[in-house]
Design a protein around this ligand. Structure first.
Ligand code: NAD
Length: 260
């Protein structure tokens, strides 16, 4: 379905981004991976993804806190494959602390990676999409883009912000073949969430299994984690013709979290 299209997935060396990159590559898109990690492991990941999908897969190590590197990421994909058709703004970090003691540098980093990066990448990729009259911008927000939790001031602010950015992008592209939507996952068992499970287990003296169950039972009525594969499937659907008129939406994939 996506043969001949070029996709950038930020933060795709792990977790949800990797699940989305895999789903897009399996649908035929050329994919530019991005994110941090061990260089040899990333190269192995890139080669595996290319082999299993038959798509072309590249890697660019841009730091999503740096607008100049984000511009270079978009340029690199366009140079290699001629354009950028699908942009998935997924890179994200978390910091958990009460407001009064929330460190300023963590606030700035979370806002930069989880919100400002999507502004910079969208600004750079949109003209390329307009040239071809087709595009898909998919912003990975969160249940925390729709509702809040304690001790996540920067994350909740950034995720609510990206839901707003999604709507503006959708309106400014409404009369074109370019759509922009947000995906709002609930708990997904990735390294970002594993850290929070480890803290909970240590604080409450719980086993890893009980800590996972506690985390889910507090928020996610299904009692099950959303998976990167499920989110990848939703991203591919948003790239399909059936999704042509889904614009500016925030699609929950959260086991019922925000239905409460
Ligand atoms: P993860 O920690 O597994 O992956 C994050 C990715 O972002 C990694 O590839 C990492 O290298 C990359 N990254 C981090 N900082 C970066 C930077 N400065 N520049 C470039 N890359 C950077 O996390 P995840 O759970 O897969 O999260 C992915 C996205 O999904 C995030 O935006 C997160 O907020 C969102 N999300 C996650 C959950 C969840 O439960 N895991 C729920 C809702 C939303």
């Amino acid at each position: 379905m996506l043969k001949g299209k070029t996709a950038i997935v930020t933060g795709s060396t792990s977790g949800i981004g990797l699940g989305i990159a895999r789903a897009l590559a399996q649908s035929g898109a050329n994919v530019m991976l991005n994110g941090f990690g061990d260089a040899r492991e990333i190269e192995a990941l890139r080669a595996d993804l290319a082999r299993e999908s038959g798509a072309e897969v590249g890697y660019h190590g841009a730091d999503m806190q740096r607008p100049d590197e984000i511009a270079d990421l978009v340029d690199a994909a366009a140079r290699r494959w001629g354009s950028v058709d699908i942009l998935v703004n997924n890179a994200g970090i978390q910091h958990v602390a009460p407001l009064e003691t929330f460190p300023e540098d963590r606030w700035n980093a979370v806002i930069a990676v989880n919100l400002s990066a999507a502004f910079h990448s969208t600004q750079k990729a949109l003209p390329l999409m307009r040239e071809r009259g087709w595009g898909r911008i998919i912003n990975i927000a969160s249940a925390h883009g729709l509702v809040a939790s304690v001790h996540k001031a920067a994350y909740v602010a950034a995720k609510h912000g990206i839901v707003g950015l999604t709507k503006v992008t959708a309106l400014e592209t409404a009369q074109s073949g370019i759509t922009c939507n947000a995906i709002c996952p609930g708990w997904v068992l990735t390294p970002l969430v594993q850290k929070q499970i480890d803290v909970l287990a240590a604080q409450e003296g719980l086993s890893p299994l009980l800590a996972k169950q506690r985390l889910l039972s507090e928020k996610q009525p299904s009692g099950e984690f959303t998976t990167p594969e499920e989110i990848g499937g939703l991203a591919v659907f948003l790239c399909s013709a059936a999704a042509n008129q889904i614009r500016g939406a925030s699609l929950s994939i959260d086991g019922g979290w925000t239905a409460q």
